[in-house]
Design a protein around this ligand. Structure first.
Ligand code: EPZ
Length: 417
């Protein structure tokens, strides 16, 4: 079951409930290592990256089990271990265990984190920042060994608001002695969710959601009950897919307050949106309107994780669009697949593409190469004429609980096989 079959051309119509956020759940799962007692997490998405993180926690001695829809995590018996290569190599989020293991054991041994193919994904910002807290690193046989005699609070300035580096710093800082100030911190909602979770466990954190976060370390952290917020990228994926098909949808639970740039862009492309605390209703134009330029940026700018999906629907939008990807250096893997469907896309340089809207794409055989590019091909197939068979579903399953189920609920003719 690793491919998806889509009969394109059906306008989307209906209601879909948005799943919990992958990028909030992963660091919060790692943070459970820092708590004494049991944590109950609600709305953890049932995606392979979450299962991978759960497996790594179990390998470290945590007790993890689903109980009536909640995920119960007890890290009381956790012990230091090597984060497994197989799982670490398959997903970037293993890197969050670095900060959590240092916070718990003052030591961590990780195989170099893998992840998508969207660029070299270095961890220099993580290492430089943690080094300021007294952590020493060495590399042995492709493993990263980190240790600290004493983890001490520090004033850290991040050269770039890296989401992962900010989250790792927070995970180490809540366990460190003294105060840590993170300047140039990432403001993404997922960083905010991590801070909210840690505060619910008893951590003292100020500046959540700003570029300057202050943490008083060393407070004992209890378990907590916490709801993972809905996934703004999954909501944005389905929101933009409607531009390829037309119709109208209601995205239940969509975290609209964290989707300002996304909703603003959808309105610029001609959709009409009505948002309330339950979610967002979207009415699509016959054809996506002009969009001369789109630039991805750190939050609250337009999210890089939706760049491929917007590229896909601009293939049948009005006019020409220049898309500039400022976060990752190699996030245009989806271009070949879209071209095979009849898209007119020119790669300007490693960071920009120019897409010229055509009337309609045509179904074909396609292959997902990574998570968001795969979702983009599904969006394109939903609006294309004819049938598309998309292989590489396993990449999409990393971040989407069940993209076929969700889009079927919106009326798309899509099955996994
Ligand atoms: C997180 O990745 C997300 N992943 C990504 O989502 C998301 O695209 C990204 O943040 C940006 O929002 C998770 O949360 C699990 P970064 P992360 O550190 O932490 C460079 C998805 O599709 N950089 O903010 O890896 C890096 O190479 C995934 O759900 C360094 O140079 O992102 C990239 O160019 C994809 N040195 C840029 O910063 C470092 O030490 C942004 O990276 C760290 C990062």
């Amino acid at each position: 079951m690793d491919s998806i079959r889509v009969q394109g051309g059906t306008p989307l119509q209906g209601i879909v409930k948005i799943q919990g956020s992958k990028n909030a759940a992963l660091p919060i799962l790692a943070a459970c290592l820092l708590t004494n007692g049991q944590t109950y997490l609600e709305n953890v998405p049932k995606i392979s990256d979450a299962y991978g993180m759960i497996h790594m926690l179990e390998e470290l001695g945590c007790l993890v089990r689903w109980e009536r829809g909640l995920l119960k995590v007890d890290s009381g018996e956790a012990r230091l271990g090597v984060v497994s290569a197989k799982l670490a190599a398959s997903m970037r989020s293993s890197i969050f265990l670095l900060g959590a293991l240092l916070g718990r054991f003052r030591k961590a041994v990780l195989d170099y984190p893998g992840g998508c193919v969207i660029g070299k994904r270095p961890i220099d910002l993580h290492l430089k920042a943690l080094g300021k807290m007294g952590v020493r690193f060495q590399e042995k046989e492709g493993r990263l060994e980190a240790s600290a005699d004493e983890l001490r609070g520090a004033d850290v300035e991040l050269g770039f608001p890296s989401v992962g580096a900010t989250e790792n710093l927070i995970l180490a800082a809540v366990a460190a002695k003294g105060r840590t100030t993170v300047k140039g911190a990432a403001r993404e909602p997922e960083v905010q969710a991590l801070c909210e979770f840690l505060k619910s466990c008893g951590a003292f954190i100020q500046g959540t959601g700003t570029n300057e976060i202050k943490i008083e370390g060393g407070k004992p952290l209890s378990g907590a009950r916490f709801r993972i917020p809905a996934d703004r990228i999954v909501a944005g994926t389905y929101l933009f897919t409607g531009f390829a098909t037309g119709g109208n949808v209601f995205l239940e639970d969509a975290p609209v307050s964290h989707m300002e740039a996304v909703c603003h862009l959808a309105e610029r492309m001609g959709a009409s949106l009505v948002a309330d605390q339950e979610g967002v209703y979207v009415q699509y134009p016959e054809r996506a309107g002009e969009l001369p330029f789109l630039r991805t940026d750190v939050y609250p700018g337009f999210p890089t994780d939706l760049q491929s999906i917007v590229l896909a629907v601009r293939c049948t939008g009005t006019g020409t669009t220049l898309i500039r990807e400022t976060i990752f250096e190699d996030r245009f893997h989806v271009v070949d697949g879209l071209r095979n469907m009849g898209a007119q896309i020119r790669i300007v340089d490693g960071r920009s593409v120019l897409v010229n809207g055509v009337e309609r794409l045509r179904g074909t055989r396609a292959e997902a190469m990574e998570l968001r590019g795969g979702a983009a091909l599904v969006a394109a197939a939903a609006g294309a004429s004819g049938e598309t068979i998309l292989s590489g579903k396993q990449f999409i399953d990393r971040g989407y609980e069940n993209i076929c189920r969700d889009l079927r609920e919106l009326g798309a003719r899509i099955v996994s096989e």
